[in-house]
Design a protein around this ligand. Structure first.
Ligand code: GLU
Length: 434
């Protein structure tokens, strides 16, 4: 058997369904894989495995709207890799969702799950819909039809969805119910991030933000930054950014700026985070919060701060704004918020980037705990869950830090080195079928 790559004429570099001139987020992911390939040794012969998703499903999601007409939405479920276990990753509802984006998000899940060593591959799903335009009934019908359509490839031992942008516990409850109805048996383990009363886990809702906070503290300690008094700016004040802001504030940091789809607010002395969380719960945005100044959105990136937490969508930190960032540390709560060009600019300017694939892995880590609890029908206390989460995040981050120092590479490349080695080692052990 040859230990080199197959000749180019035999194997295509890109799946034919992608436009090579508009690769989008998938193109960014490919660049990240190229950066890690020189560190893979003999396992590099398997690297093309990572450059194409294992399984890509595109579904039509037709529903009756409340006004009596029928609307069609495009839905996706991509299983990027299942070498280490079933597919795992969230589902997002957003009007800008594309196949390239879901492919990249699925691939980042493979990397993330391997980086924290939970026994999963990587997957992701999405529907190209603006959920804010839907009534609750329409949202439920979209969710149920989508779940039924992707039901042919998901399952508790095959691929386990979870919440992501604009999906929540209620959406997971509908997904679990729909899958269970089709199967004829209640299958709580088919999704994670469910309501606690329906097989969900304590601590899951806060887990991603708690993980962001944990790795932030670990990194701060290593670079001699005191969290007490540190100024924090957060983009996205939802499940990830809102919880991270709360934990940083409780640890004595000053959350000085917050931005979301509604606008940008600033207060040099520090925002009242519990009051702001309350405001967001009532109004759906940070906009209009009384005790703060309003800033033009573009100024958010230049906010004087020590820690910047992008916790919204991908592609936010680009070569256009990376040069203006004042923070010493960027913690990626979102998936894919920094482009490779911006990554290089930040690196050259000495800004430490804690990459998504480790920084926001707390969510899927507690998803794993939820899945284990569902299988054993035995539920843990919140203290146990948080303690196990913090241990996994600290250990995984320490390993990433070490690989980064040993190889003089960024924390992102270090995380990719650890993760790709784990995935491709599993691939190598399993071998090819047939
Ligand atoms: N959507 C989250 C993420 O991007 C969580 C995925 C999960 O829990 O499966 O990591």
């Amino acid at each position: 058997m040859s230990h080199t790559h197959a000749p180019q004429a035999l194997t295509q570099a890109l799946p034919s369904y992608l436009d090579p001139n508009h690769l989008g987020p998938w193109g960014i992911y490919l660049q990240q894989v190229d950066r890690v390939t020189p560190y893979l040794g003999k396992l590099a012969r398997w690297v093309d495995t990572l450059k194409r998703p294992k399984r890509t499903l595109i579904v039509d999601v037709p529903i009756h709207l409340d006004n009596g007409t029928v609307a069609h939405f495009e839905g996706y479920r991509v299983q990027h890799n299942t070498s280490r276990g079933p597919g795992k990753g969230g589902v997002r509802f957003h009007q800008d969702v594309t196949l390239s984006e879901v492919m990249a998000l699925a691939a980042w899940m493979s990397i993330k799950n391997a980086a924290v060593n939970v026994p999963y591959g990587g997957a992701k799903g999405g529907i190209r819909v603006d959920p804010r335009q839907l009534s609750l009934g329409e949202l439920e019908r979209v969710t149920r039809r989508y779940t039924s359509e992707i039901g042919i490839i998901i399952g508790p031992t095959k691929d386990i969805p979870a919440p992501d942008v604009n999906t929540n516990e209620q959406v997971m409850a509908w997904m679990m119910d729909t899958y269970s109805m089709n199967e004829g048996a209640t299958a709580t383990g088919v999704v994670t991030g469910k309501p606690v009363d329906l097989g969900g886990s304590l601590g899951r809702r806060e887990a991603t933000g708690r993980g962001v906070f944990t790795v932030g503290c670990e990194a701060a300690r290593r670079i001699g930054m005191d969290i007490k008094g540190a100024r924090v700016a957060v983009q996205g004040f939802g499940n990830v950014g809102g919880v991270a802001a709360k934990l940083f504030a409780e640890a004595g940091a000053r959350v000085v700026a917050a931005q979301d789809h509604g606008g940008t607010i600033y207060r040099a002395a520090g925002l009242d985070v519990p009051a702001l969380l309350d405001h967001v719960a009532r109004h759906g945005t940070v906009k209009g919060f009384a005790d703060a100044e309003t800033l033009p959105d573009a100024d958010f990136w230049a906010t004087p701060c020590d820690i910047l937490i992008p916790a919204a969508l991908e592609g936010q930190i680009t070569e256009k704004n990376a040069g203006r960032i004042q923070a010493r540390m960027v913690i990626e709560g979102a998936n894919g918020p920094t482009t490779p060009q911006a990554d290089d600019i930040l690196h050259d300017r000495g800004v430490l980037v804690l990459p998504d694939v480790i920084a926001n892995a707390g969510g899927v880590t507690v998803s794993y705990f939820e899945w284990v609890q569902d299988f054993s029908s035995f539920f843990w206390t919140e203290d146990e869950i948080n303690a196990r989460l913090v241990k996994i995040m600290k250990d995984a981050f320490a390993a990433v830090w070490q690989v980064s120092e040993d190889n003089k590479v960024s924390l992102r490349t270090a995380t990719f080195i650890i993760a790709c080695q784990r995935i491709l080692h599993a691939r190598d052990l399993r071998g090819l079928y047939p």
